[in-house]
Every structure is written in structure tokens, then in C-alpha cells.
Ligand binder design. Structure first.
Ligand code: PA5
Length: 535
């Protein structure tokens, strides 16, 4: 292909939307010329399904729920007045609350201004706020954000050591749609313990974001927490960023939530367009379909060329993989669908896995994300007439061209500058793309049946943990092998978990469990502390 062919291709496949400040270039996806035409009936069907979804049909059939995140940015589209009212009231309540916190009419139990918040949540109840903080967070005049997004005690200790001297001015925001997620409950108990050790009234610092009458809501009501904000069953975790889940923490950081919602709303409008080539989400969804179906590329590598968008690949990883990674399609056929998403940032990743993308196994397509405007106002020259930003652009273009020369697929999304509006545009673009693509492959994008299995097995582990300790306490004068403990505890089928529980207790010196070493690791004997050698 000569330079002119390439330029023609670029022009043919470049989508430009000036209102959104968005460009989408799929000219390096190596499409067959007839591909979009071939797919027209299918994408038209997907548009119709999305239209029904937005009207409030039960689009998540397994959970018998409507899928209403689009209403959060355009309330007039909500299916009834009650929902419209609830959305408006919640946004109003968030704004008033944030204003009072900033003005000091809501203060901590010690009468201090809140200067930081600790957000406790996981998955869709943490990733969105984390992404927006990182991309847009302001250094001054707003609350500094901290996160517990795991049940790792060491991770929590790290955060707590940063917060230890500031607890009197720290707000805690517990976010859980279901209100019963174990990691989040554990985080809440851990921080409550810290407050109580320092003699600070936790209830005057803590805010809940959850659904009405969830376990978390009941706790917040009973203990009269500082505030409660509600989300609804028709908002999915990973698409909850425009609900109180995202808006409350983001507003507390001084980020303009109206601009963010407007960006999402305008992008929603653009991606309702039923003229395929005028709809960036349709172009993207068809591109994904092309990459997977026609080119057999199951991996999407997300490469934002900006440090502040580093978390975007993680955010998309959840949005795409939890939504599309499904065993069954909507007709109950086994399909094992999904797109693997990973990435970090450019140009940093050019010194890591990009080598494989260029020369190695050909299983991926790259999604470059470009922010056209540098935020820095006074450029510094690092070379004659060249800034660091010029180099960042050069590295993006260089990698794009190198991939193209090797016949490897990539697409490029461009936004003018990084601000609340453009973040709204980007996130809404991918939400709609996931929705349309789910229609193309006929899967329910709004459930997550697989993750339940892991939770169930974790509960089994905890049950084994209790039974093992009970068994050791019942046999406190004995030393038992793993198999003996499993048998005595009445769970011979769980012998592997029994072994892991015993080893964990020993290594962490928990509950007085000790072991006497055997000839090999599986011959060791366990019992309660009777002066045995330490593990
Ligand atoms: O997208 C999802 O549904 C999940 O990632 C949830 O957000 C996550 O499991 C947390 O759930 P909850 O908000 O109920 O604590």
C-alpha cells in the first residue's frame, strides 16, 4: 500500500464528532471492503434491542431487571415519573451534601472540616471512582481520596498508616449495591475498629451508598450514620458511575459532575444514531466483532497515551470482561464468549509487551487512546522545537505505523482534552459498545453468574476453617494429620481445604494452631499449642 492509499483509507474510516470532541480511526483494522455492509442487518437488530432496553424492558432476564444506566444521564428517558424523581432527587441530595461538607456545615465528630475520604467498595463500586480520581482529581481545595478495594489486611494497613493522623477529619464512604459484599463489609469493620481505638465516633463520619433496605442500609439506619445515598436494582455495578457510586466521591473531589453527566448524555445521543457509520459505538462494536470473528483475535490491548488514563484499561477490563465473558448465550447455548482486555499506558508499554504485539503471537488488536491537548501551559523544549508531548504523540504514531506495516490490527480513539466531559464521553462510548456487541453475540451483558461460583467456594473454605478449629478444640490433647482432621471434622471430601486452613493458621500463628513436622509436608501433625515447634 502506498502513502496515498493509506491516506484514502484513513479518510474513509475516520469518524469525527466535533460536539463530543471525539475521533475514531479504524483504518488500521484490515477490514474487507464489504464487511460493514454484510453486518448491516445484525447491527440494525442490535439498535432495536438497545432501544427496547432504554425503554425499560427486562434486558437482564436472569436477574429479571431493567437496565437503566442511560436514564441517569437523561432522566426524560426513564420509564416512569417515580424513577425520574428518584434520579433527580439523588443528584440534588449529593450536591447539597457536598456543598455542606465544603462549607463546613457538615463537619466531623470532632468539629473538624473533612479533608479526606476513604472509599470502601470493590469492582463496580470502586473502579469508576478510582478512575475518575486518577484522571481528573484535583490536588487542592477538595477531599483527598483513599481506597479499600480488597480484603487484604496488608493493603488496608498501608492505607490506614497514611490516614492514621487524619482520622478525625476523614469521611468513610461505604459503597455496595447489594450491601452484603464480604470484602466491603470487612473493610468497614476494619476502619470502624480504627475509629473506636482512637475514641472517634464512627457513625458521625460514615456514609452509605447502597440499595434501600439492603444489609448495609439497615446498619446505616440503625446506627444513624452521617448520610445515606441510594442506588437502584436497575443500575448494574459496572455501569453505576453516573449514580451516587461515582457522583458522590467525584463531587467531593471538586470534579464537575454536571459536565461529566453531560458528556455521557451527549455520547449516548450520538450512539443512538441508527446510521451505522455515523455511530461510533456501532463502528467499535462491529470492529470488535471483526477482530474476533474474522481475524480470530481475542485480546484487546488498551493503550492510553497519558499517565492520567492508566486506570482506564483496568476499568475497561471489568466493563468488557465481566459483561461479555459468558458461558451461555441468551438461548442457553454454550458459547464461552469474551474479549480479553489488558493494558497500561503508552509510551511506557512500548518498553514492555508491545514487542510481542509487533513480532510475537498474533492474537491481539490494539486500542490506542489519544488525548490531543497537553494540560501543561508552558511547554518545555527537550530538543530543538520538540516537547515531551511531541514525543508522546510521535511514539503513539510510531507504534500505530509499525503495527500497520506488520499487518497487525489497531484502532485509535482520540479526545481533544482530558476533562469531566470527555471522560463522560469515553466511558459512555464503551458502555454502549458493550451493549451493542452483546447483542451481536447474543449474550446477557448485565449479569455475572460465573463470579458467584468463586464466592460459594470461598464460603465453603470459611466453613471448613470453622470446622477445623472446632475439631482441634475438641481434640485438644491430640496431634492429628491432615487426613485425620478432615475425617474427625466430618469433611473428608474437603481434605485439601483442611490442609490449606491448617497451614494458613500455622504460618500466621493464628488461634494457637501448631504443627509437628513429618517426613514430608503431608505427614505433618497439627494440634493446639502444646509447646510444639513453631511452623
Ligand atoms: O459489576 C458488578 O456487578 C460487580 O463488579 C459489582 O460491582 C461488585 O461485585 C460489587 O458489588 P456490590 O456493589 O454489591 O458490593
Amino acid at each position: 500500500m502506498n502513502g496515498n492509499d493509506s491516506w484514502d483509507m484513513y479518510k474513509e474510516y475516520l469518524y469525527v464528532n466535533e460536539l463530543l470532541g471525539l475521533t475514531l480511526d479504524v483504518g488500521c483494522m484490515n477490514f474487507a471492503p464489504e464487511y460493514f455492509k454484510e453486518m448491516e442487518p445484525k447491527i440494525q437488530q442490535a439498535f432495536l434491542s438497545m432501544r427496547e432496553l432504554e425503554k425499560g424492558e427486562i434486558a437482564n432476564p436472569d436477574e429479571k431487571r431493567m437496565v437503566g444506566h442511560y436514564w441517569l444521564r437523561d432522566v426524560s428517558r426513564a420509564p416512569n415519573e417515580e424513577i425520574r424523581q428518584e434520579i433527580n432527587d439523588t443528584i440534588e441530595k449529593i450536591k447539597k451534601f457536598v456543598q455542606k461538607v465544603k462549607k463546613g456545615s457538615i463537619v466531623s465528630s470532632k468539629g473538624k472540616l473533612f479533608t479526606r475520604f476513604l472509599l470502601i467498595g470493590i469492582g463496580g463500586s470502586a473502579l469508576g471512582p478510582q478512575l475518575l480520581s486518577d484522571a481528573l482529581g484535583k490536588a487542592k481545595s477538595s477531599l483527598k481520596a483513599y481506597y479499600f478495594d480488597n480484603t487484604d489486611p496488608d493493603g488496608m494497613d498501608r492505607v490506614m498508616s497514611d490516614l492514621a493522623d487524619y482520622l478525625e477529619e476523614t469521611m468513610v464512604i461505604v459503597i455496595s449495591k447489594s450491601g452484603g459484599t464480604v470484602e466491603t463489609c470487612n473493610g468497614m469493620q476494619e476502619i470502624r475498629h480504627c475509629f473506636s481505638e482512637k475514641g472517634i465516633d464512627f457513625t458521625k463520619h460514615v456514609v452509605a451508598v447502597t440499595t434501600t433496605e439492603s444489609k448495609l442500609d439497615k446498619e446505616a439506619q440503625k446506627s444513624e450514620w452521617l448520610a445515606r445515598f441510594y442506588i437502584w436494582d436497575w443500575v448494574g455495578g459496572r455501569t453505576s458511575i453516573a449514580s451516587a457510586v461515582g457522583l458522590l466521591p467525584v463531587a467531593l473531589q471538586g470534579i464537575d459532575i454536571d459536565a461529566f453527566i453531560n458528556g455521557m448524555r451527549d455520547c449516548d445521543e450520538a450512539t443512538r444514531n441508527m446510521q451505522t457509520l455515523k455511530n461510533p459505538a456501532a463502528i467499535l462494536a462491529l470492529t470488535w466483532n471483526y477482530a474476533l470473528e474474522k481475524r480470530g483475535k481475542g485480546n484487546m490491548v488498551v493503550l492510553p497515551y497519558r499517565d492520567k488514563l492508566q486506570l482506564f484499561s483496568r476499568y475497561l477490563q471489568q466493563l468488557v470482561m465481566e459483561s461479555l465473558g459468558k458461558e451461555k448465550d441468551l438461548n442457553d447455548n454454550t458459547v464461552h464468549q469474551g474479549i480479553t482486555v489488558y493494558g497500561n499506558k503508552g509510551s511506557t508499554d512500548q518498553h514492555a509487551y508491545v514487542q510481542q504485539l509487533l513480532d510475537g503471537v498474533e492474537d491481539s488488536f490494539v486500542t490506542f487512546i489519544e488525548v490531543k491537548k497537553d494540560q501543561r501551559l508552558k511547554p518545555v523544549l527537550v530538543d530543538e522545537d520538540v516537547t515531551s508531548g511531541d514525543y508522546l504523540k510521535a511514539f503513539l504514531e510510531g507504534t500505530r505505523r509499525a503495527l500497520k506495516k506488520k499487518g497487525r490490527d489497531s484502532l485509535t480513539i482520540g479526545i481533544e482534552e482530558l476533562n469531566p466531559y470527555s471522560m463522560g464521553v469515553l466511558i459512555a462510548l464503551f458502555e454502549r459498545t458493550v451493549g451493542l456487541y452483546a447483542n451481536l453475540i447474543n449474550v446477557n451483558a448485565y449479569n455475572q453468574p460465573g463470579v458467584e461460583l468463586g464466592k460459594k467456594s470461598a464460603n465453603t473454605y470459611i466453613d471448613v476453617h470453622h470446622r477445623v478449629l472446632f475439631c482441634l478444640r475438641e481434640n485438644k490433647d491430640k496431634l492429628l494429620t491432615v487426613e485425620e482432621v478432615a475425617k474427625e471434622a466430618g469433611i473428608p471430601q474437603e481434605v485439601e481445604f483442611v490442609y490449606k486452613v491448617l497451614e494458613r493458621c500455622c504460618i500466621n500463628k493464628l488461634y494457637g494452631v501448631k504443627k509437628e513436622k513429618g517426613k514430608n509436608v503431608f505427614n505433618a501433625k497439627y494440634g493446639l499449642d502444646r509447646g510444639l515447634n513453631d511452623c
